[in-house]
Design a protein around this ligand. Structure first.
Ligand code: SAH
Ligand code: SF4
Ligand code: F3S
Length: 475
């Protein structure tokens, strides 16, 4: 057995890729371990989106270098691989700055890792210090070469259906690190969904840097949009819940919006980044939509699915953003009412057009705006959670909680719910669970149960299990 340790940074697509790297390395005898010091192969699956994310990678490589030296002193060989978006963006720089790195592999070529690892292992045996880079963009070769996803018997699973981005927002590195947009064929996606369901997944999250730009070909060679893909994936035996992320406002078409009305498996939650509420800034960002377009899309979504929870991404302090522009963002937030959101200070990314702009804002202005925006978003999140108190909802139990009789899952709206599995005396219909051992509590993981929400905090809900329904119950 060889030990594999993977550290994953960045978005869910990297989480998916890390799992696929485990799959592709399994035939070489690699087993995943959470002990970096004992690893034979240590992979950093990196993110390039903001400067901080990149700094973190270099400082972590520094720590892992020490582990590698210790391993070497004990006569063990450890290989360090940098994968993901930093690998794609600055392969040469990594090799120059970090001598401990043996292999650099991009997001489109990690299916070639087995060969690279064997070459490097062999080279080290011979005493050679040769290092390896593979950051090609061989159009969609990766998905054809990867083995079937293992699925890990988890109740929730990610499934990448689309990669890359052609939108070129002026602040963003993704079109450079992930390349041109490609969509996987419909049959491949459906086969992977069925495979994941067979492994125990009840919920799948369809992933893409621009997931709703999906336009994969079906059996007859016709282009299929995300709305129709969801309709077909919903028929997968065993799949109860479908989510998708991340969407671009321009690609929210009628078919996708109506899927939220028509497909019970399509969860009432949508992450729809807007970045700014100012049309002037949106234009400078090359988002190719206005705040009005965005608000109209939200209205349509709410008409199709009245209780849909909306989440978003925001950037404050984009070059040239005035006080007025920032106020427009706050106004948009007030108008939408977010259930959840991510917000960031603009980070200058080398090679992107906005990095060259002369009107960069000073750090304190960005920090002050971020604090104000986050205060508003946090308020909205708490409000959204508090509105759930007293309601009953289906929760997919995913893992054990801190307390012995508590399990944690997600509501249809993506809220984390801490569920008291043991029913209270005042719940007449409840099964008696008092004699359940701790192991028995765990056996409820992977079930969708009816929960009454009893309290709410800023980041999660607490609920009481009303009924332990059979394992596969519609959400
Ligand atoms: N494809 C998605 C977003 C991918 S990146 C979309 O189009 O919305 C995830 C988020 O990181 C973005 O939504 C944006 O809010 C943030 N981000 C991207 N580049 C950034 C930068 N240079 N500085 C700060 N935040 C950035
Ligand atoms: Fe980046 Fe814009 Fe593409 Fe999203 S749509 S990945 S923000 S370039
Ligand atoms: Fe980061 Fe690459 Fe995802 S830059 S956000 S890991 S696509």
């Amino acid at each position: 057995m060889r030990r594999l340790f993977i550290k994953t940074y960045g978005c869910q697509m990297n989480v998916y890729d890390s799992e696929r790297m485990e799959d592709v390395l399994a035939p070489l005898g690699f087993e995943s371990s959470d002990d970096a010091a004992a690893a034979d192969l240590l992979i950093l699956n990196t993110c390039h989106i903001r400067e901080k994310a990149v700094e973190k990678v270099y400082s972590d490589i520094g720590r892992y270098r020490i582990l590698k030296e210790q391993a070497s002193a004990e006569g063990r060989q450890m290989l360090i691989v940098v994968a993901g978006c930093v690998a794609q963006a600055e392969a040469e720089e990594i090799l120059n700055r970090a001598k401990a790195v043996d292999i650099v592999v991009g997001p489109q070529t990690y299916h070639r890792l087995p060969a690279l690892v064997e070459q490097a292992t062999e080279a080290r045996r011979r005493g050679s210090r040769q290092r390896y880079i593979d950051t090609e963009f061989p159009a969609s070769e990766k998905f054809d070469r990867l083995p079937a996803a293992t699925g890990r018997s988890a109740p929730t699973a990610f499934l990448t259906i689309q990669e890359g981005c052609d939108k070129f927002c002026t602040f963003c590195v993704v079109p450079y690190t992930r390349g041109m947009e490609i969509s996987r064929p419909v049959v491949d996606v459906l086969a992977e969904a069925q495979h994941l369901a067979d492994q125990g997944a009840l919920e799948i999250t369809l992933l893409g840097q621009n997931v709703n730009a999906y336009h994969g070909r079906d059996e007859r060679g016709r282009e299929t949009g995300l709305g129709d893909l969801i309709r077909r994936a919903a028929k997968t035996d065993g799949i109860e819940r479908i989510r998708y992320t991340t969407s671009h406002p321009r690609d929210m078409d009628e078919s996708l919006i109506s899927a939220h009305r028509e497909v019970p498996e399509c969860m009432p939650y949508l992450h729809l980044p807007v970045q700014s509420g100012s049309d002037r800034v949106l234009k400078a960002m090359n988002r190719r939509h206005t705040s009005g377009d965005y608000l109209r899309t939200i209205d349509k979504l709410r008409a199709a699915c009245p209780d849909i929870a909306i989440s978003g991404d925001f950037i404050v302090g984009f070059p040239g953003e005035s006080d007025q522009d920032f106020e427009a963002t706050l106004e948009l937030v007030s108008e939408v009412g977010y259930a959840q959101a991510y917000s960031f200070k603009y980070s200058r990314r080398p090679g992107t057009p906005a990095a060259e702009a002369e009107n960069q804002l000073p750090e304190p202005v960005k920090a002050e705006r971020l604090a104000r925006l986050q205060e508003l978003l946090n308020q909205q999140q708490l409000q959204f959670n508090e509105a759930s108190v007293g309601r009953r909802m289906k929760v997919l139990l995913e893992r054990r909680g801190k307390h012995a009789d508590q399990l944690v899952g997600r509501s249809p709206h993506m809220q984390a719910v801490h569920v008291q599995v043991r029913p209270r005396e005042e719940t007449p219909s409840a099964e008696t669970l008092d004699d359940l051992s701790q192991a028995a509590y765990s056996s409820h993981i992977g079930k969708i149960v009816e929960v009454e929400i009893v309290s709410a905090g800023p980041n999660s809900l607490k609920g009481r299990c009303i009924e332990l329904s059979p394992a596969r119950t519609a959400a």
